[in-house]
Each structure stands twice: as C-alpha cells, then as structure tokens.
Write a protein that binds this ligand. Structure first.
Ligand code: UDP
Ligand code: MG
Length: 140
C-alpha cells in the first residue's frame, strides 16, 4: 500500500472544513494512518516549500501557510500519490474538476484548501518532514 502526505491548509481550518475534507478522503478509500495539528513556523514553511523559493508567490505562500493552524496527515491506499492528486483537483480551484476538494473548498490559486505530495519520492520526504520514523512505523 502506498502512502502520501496531505496538509489541510489554514483556509480550510479557518472555515471549519477539516472534518469534511477528512471524511471525503476516507470515502475515497484513504486510511488516515497518522495525524497532527500544528502551526508551522516561518522557517518550517520556508523549508517545506523550498522548491518554490524562486517563484514570485513564495513569500505570500509562506505567509499564508503560517497564518493559522494546519493538519498534516499520512494517508494510505493503492496508488495513494496519484489518487490524492486526482481527488484534490487542479492547483487553481477555478479550473479544478467538479467534486474535487479544491473545487469544493478552495478559494484562490493560493488558498486552495489542501496539499498533496506530487511523487512517491516527495511523499517520503514530506511524511518525514511531519512525522518521526517511530510514528510512521507505528502507523502501519
Ligand atoms: N501557489 C500560489 N500561486 C501559484 C501557484 C501556486 O500561491 O501561482 C501556491 C498554492 O497554494 C499551491 C502551492 O503554492 O498549492 C504549491 O504550488 P504547486 O505548484 O506545487 O501546486 P500544487 O502541487 O499544490 O497543486
Ligand atoms: Mg506541489
């Protein structure tokens, strides 16, 4: 079974959509194997989105991701990485398919409700960003 990392972003938490999003993910066959609510520090958000450091939206993205609490979760199912990307929808909620999490709950290309790892390699890195080795082993 493959694992991926999701983040329920600050806009979803602010709008009390976390429960709805987790319920939708469970309905789509994802098992929630580890779960953590926290507020990212600026340094943590900068590190998590390091790959986007040179992009024009980076500073605003970091400010948004530190603006309130988030929930990070380890999700497992068959083909978890591509399946989460599918149920999330496109980065811009305006062009996300109907019924996807971003179409339902996102409000802009930045405030788009949810994060999902984009490859199995990045999923491993991102899972270890939020969860200890022991937590990930215990979750199996
Ligand atoms: N983002 C943004 N403006 C953009 C593109 C992305 O604010 O033009 C934000 C958005 O919150 C997105 C995150 O940066 O989810 C990471 O961007 P990426 O291209 O990796 O999109 P994702 O993988 O989340 O769909
Ligand atoms: Mg991405």
């Amino acid at each position: 079974m493959e694992r991926t990392l999701t983040i329920i972003k600050p806009d979803s938490m602010e709008a009390s959509n976390a429960g709805n999003i987790l319920a939708l993910l469970e309905k789509e066959g994802f098992e929630i194997q580890a779960l953590k609510r926290m507020r990212l520090s600026e340094a943590q958000a900068q590190r998590f989105y390091e790959v986007h450091r040179e992009r024009p939206f980076y500073d605003s993205l970091v400010a948004y991701m530190t603006s309130g609490p988030i929930i990070a979760a380890a999700l497992a199912r068959e083909d978890a990485v591509p399946q989460l990307r599918k149920v999330m929808g496109a980065t811009d909620p305006a062009s996300a398919d109907e019924g996807t999490i971003r179409a339902l709950y996102g409000s802009s290309i930045e405030r788009n409700a949810i994060h999902g790892s984009d490859s199995p390699e990045n999923a491993q890195k991102e899972l270890h960003f939020f969860f200890s080795r022991a937590e990930l082993i215990a979750a199996e």
